[in-house]
Design a protein around this ligand. Sequence first.
Ligand code: DAT
Ligand code: MG
Length: 139
Amino acid sequence: MSGNRTFTMLKPDTVESNNIGNVTQMITDAGFVIKAMKLTQLSKDQAKEFYSVHKERPFYGELVEYMTSGPIVAAVLEKDNAVEDFRNLIGSTDPSEAEDGTIRKKYAESKGRNAVHGSDSDENAQIEADFHFNKEDLV
Ligand code: DAT
Ligand code: MG
């Protein structure tokens, strides 16, 4: 996967508040093309592995609990400069610091329950997409 793809999850708060459609609309309006998408629920082991980079952080347990509290939507997105452009579209981790017009400004409840995930590098986008999808799942 080169610099034109990123990986996202619409987190449990987005699914629970019935905002899958609204958030997906913001993503496609911003020019991203959906290459793969599925509604799924993470097991504890999957969430621990996905967020293992944060395992020493004080919020790790809370993060794993939250990410396994309900279904999520995992997706692979394509656009030029996908990783950076998607981070700009989602906004700061803490929604109180997120810019107007970003997904987190509009839909995130808090720094913990912050509506969406976006990969932070091309390398991680590839790893995260592979975590959730097989090659044949991508259109
Ligand atoms: P981002 O999701 O913006 O890439 P991150 O990679 O630093 O942020 O952290 C991953 C997730 O962990 C984040 O989306 C929500 C949670 N998190 C981060 N910092 C937190 C904090 N101080 N308190 C509670 N949850 C936090
Ligand atoms: Mg991150």
